[in-house]
Design a protein around this ligand. Sequence first.
Ligand SMILES: Nc1nc2c(ncn2[C@@H]2O[C@H](COP(=O)(O)OP(=O)(O)OP(=O)(O)O)[C@@H](O)[C@H]2O)c(=O)[nH]1
Length: 188
Amino acid sequence: MRYAQLVMGPAGSGKSTYCSAMQKHAQTAKRTVHVVNLDPAAEYFDYQPTVDVRDLIHLDDAMEDEELRFGPNGGLVFCIEYLMKNMSWLEEQLGEGDDDYFLFDCPGQIELYTHMDAMKNIVDALQALNFRMCGVFLVDSSFMVEGSKFISGTMAALSVMVNISIPHVNVLTKMDLLNAESRNQLER
Ligand SMILES: Nc1nc2c(ncn2[C@@H]2O[C@H](COP(=O)(O)OP(=O)(O)OP(=O)(O)O)[C@@H](O)[C@H]2O)c(=O)[nH]1
C-alpha cells in the first residue's frame, strides 16, 4: 500500500508552497515524502519533485503545436488527458515502493476537479496502483471573508469532494495575511 495526498485548489491558492512545506516538515521528522508535479504549466516551485509531468508534456507543447493550436485552458485539459492516456509513464516514474508517501501538486484550473472527468480518472488509475488517497483542497483565506465569496469557496470545495469521491480535507491558506478583524469575521 502507498499513500498520497492530491493537493488541489484554485490558481495561486498555495498548492506548491504547501507541498514544499510538507516535504520540509517530513524531512525534519526524518521521513521521506515524495512530491509529484502534475502541473504541465508550472514555472516555479521550491521543492525537489520525484516526478515532473513536464518531462512527459509541457503546456507549451500543446499551445505551440501547429495542428492543436490550443489556448492555455484547452491546452491544460489536453495535457491532463494526455497524461491519462500515458498512465504507464506515470506508473514507471512512481516506482514500486511499499509504504511510500506522495504529494501530488495539481494544476490550478478548478474545472479539472469540479466537473471534468480528467482528474477523477487519474485518481481511479492511482488507486488501481495501490495508492490510498486523500484530497486536500486549498482555498486562499482572504477569499473567504466576505459572505458571497465564502459561499463560492465552500461550494467549490463541496463540488470537488463529490466529484473526486475520496476522503477530503479543506485547508485555508495564507491565514498569516488576514488582519484581526478579518479573522474574527471568518470565525463568525
Ligand atoms: N503569506 C503567505 N503567502 C503564501 C502562503 N501560501 C502561499 N503563499 C504565496 O502565494 C503565492 C502563490 O503560491 P503557490 O504555492 O505558487 O500557489 P499555487 O496554488 O501552487 O499556484 P498555481 O500553481 O499557479 O496554481 C506565492 O507567492 C506564495 O509564496 C501562505 O500561507 N502565506
